[in-house]
Design a protein around this ligand. Structure first.
Ligand SMILES: CC(=O)N[C@H]1[C@@H](OP(=O)(O)OP(=O)(O)OC[C@H]2O[C@@H](n3ccc(=O)[nH]c3=O)[C@H](O)[C@@H]2O)O[C@H](CO)[C@@H](O)[C@@H]1O
Ligand SMILES: C=C(OP(=O)(O)O)C(=O)O
Length: 427
């Protein structure tokens, strides 16, 4: 299936938009739900995105009963029977979150066969912290024919044993996987240099309510005391701060005013300060975040970082926004070593962007953007091209836009409800 977005620029965004549940919270929760041999998990506020649909298919492929009720944004999982340790390539290689199924397979079946792990192509995306952690907990990790297309990795263990683990850098899914590995392990697990992202904390909360004994979430030093079993529970997924950030920037790039229902300014970390410096105004009223931009956009310096630093997933959208700022913006992408494929696409629309190596960019603004035929290279570059299209003259076509659907639900419909003209085609 090929997905194309078409955006006709020139309309200011005004109105109210709902923020979806967090992709990066829902995916590890689906992995965690598979650890419950008893009870049913009911996840509410699940984003209806392609990654979640793939996760449901993957849960079904290993034997769980998983039903996604799209209208209710609710996922019901019964993992009392898991029947296969194989994460098949045709599903697992389509999203990053597939690797979050490994701890459940190790606990429940004693092995996991990983035929592929997907996710956005952002340069090197290593998994050594995960594998080294599993090994320290007693697992063996064997690679089979990885140079060929049908290669796979086999992780095997009798019973995971607690241990002292660390991440060289605070990996988001690395922390989630090691916490899940510790939750049903024998004894105590310490995880040093753990990630602090709000989604990691949402997951710790979820696991605690399933019966796990975890302390230290949000401190960088997590202690997990293994328990005998976990039970299915009901939980509401936190709002998606990246979806919120993208929609804030959609309002900002058009000079509009938008109310984001469910967005929490606290979750945006340094991004709020940076956007304020650019001229975006924020006003949180309970569960509604109001944003507007009236004055000309000012240029900005960005260094992406782990939470609460500037989120790498908001780097592409802010590059699009910076093309409209009055002066030179500097962007240093610290987390991923190849996340600038967007620059060439924006240049085809008239932007002026100078790259120094693969991780530093100077964006010379403001530039008048013209509609062009562009390509989404990953999820957020796709979203960023939609933002650029909102202010471009004429029509911007974004192909390979399945990426956008991986992470933003009803993106075109939600933008159109704010006054945009975005069409999504599937062929
Ligand atoms: C499903 C999910 O939650 N995805 C998010 C998660 O991805 P993900 O969890 O894959 O990102 P990580 O935090 O693990 O990766 C950050 C950096 O650490 C390096 N690294 C990571 C693990 C490892 O074992 N070895 C290693 O060297 C990576 O190559 C990368 O350079 O966090 C990223 C950084 O906030 C976000 O962009 C993704 O949206
Ligand atoms: C990089 C992203 O996701 P993933 O880790 O799922 O590829 C993203 O959400 O921008």
């Amino acid at each position: 299936m090929s997905v194309t977005y078409r955006v006709r620029g020139g309309r200011q965004l005004h109105g109210t938009v709902f923020i979806q549940g967090a992709k990066n919270s829902a995916l590890p929760m689906i992995g965690a739900a598979l650890m419950a041999a008893k009870g049913r998990t009911v996840l509410r506020n699940v984003p209806i995105i392609e990654d979640v649909k793939r996760a449901v298919e993957l849960a079904q492929a290993i034997g769980a009963k998983a039903e996604l009720h799209e209208a209710e944004r609710t996922l019901v999982i019964d993992a009392s029977q898991l029947t296969s340790p194989v994460l098949p390539a045709e599903i697992a290689a389509r999203f990053r979150g597939s690797f979050l199924f490994v701890p459940a397979l190790l606990h429940r079946l004693g092995e996991a066969v990983i035929e592929g792990v997907g996710g956005c192509n952002l340069g090197s995306r290593n998994l050594d912290f995960h594998y080294n952690g599993f090994k320290r907990m007693g697992a063996t990790v064997t690679e089979h024919g990885m140079e060929a297309d049908d290669g796979y990795i086999h992780v095997k263990v009798g019973q995971l044993q607690g241990g002292t683990l660390y991440c060289d850098t605070p990996s988001h899914t690395g922390t989630e996987n090691l916490v899940m590995a510790g939750a049903l392990a024998h004894g105590q697990t310490l995880i040093k240099n753990a990630a602090l992202e709000p989604e990691v904390l949402d997951n710790i909360d979820f696991l605690q309510r399933m019966g796990a004994r975890i302390t230290g979430g949000g401190t960088g030093f997590i202690r997990v005391d293994g328990v005998e079993e976990l039970c299915g529970i009901e939980h509401t997924v936190m709002p998606d701060r990246i979806d919120a950030g993208v929609l804030v920037m959609a309002a900002a790039i058009t000079g509009g005013e938008v109310s984001l229902v469910g967005a929490d300014v606290e979750h945006l970390g340094v991004a709020v300060d940076k956007l304020e410096q650019m001229g975006v105004e924020f006003h949180q009223q309970g569960a509604v975040l109001q944003v507007k931009r009236e004055k000309p956009l000012r240029p900005i310096n960005i260094i992406t970082d782990e939470y609460p630093g500037f989120a790498t997933d908001l780097q592409s959208p802010i590059m699009a926004l910076a093309t409209q700022a009055e002066g030179e913006s500097y962007i240093y992408e610290r987390i991923f070593d190849a996340r600038f494929q967007l620059a060439g696409e924006l240049e085809s629309m008239g932007a002026s962007i100078e790259l120094t190596g693969s991780q530093r960019a100077l964006v010379h603004g403001p530039t008048k953007l013209r509609g062009a035929k562009t390509v989404a290279h990953d999820l957020r570059s796709g979203a960023a091209l939609v933002l650029a299209g909102l202010v471009a003259e004429g029509e911007t076509e974004i192909s390979s836009a399945y990426f956008i659907d991986r992470g933003h639900s009803n993106f075109a419909e939600r933008l159109n409800a704010l006054g945009a003209e975005v069409e999504r085609d599937e062929s």
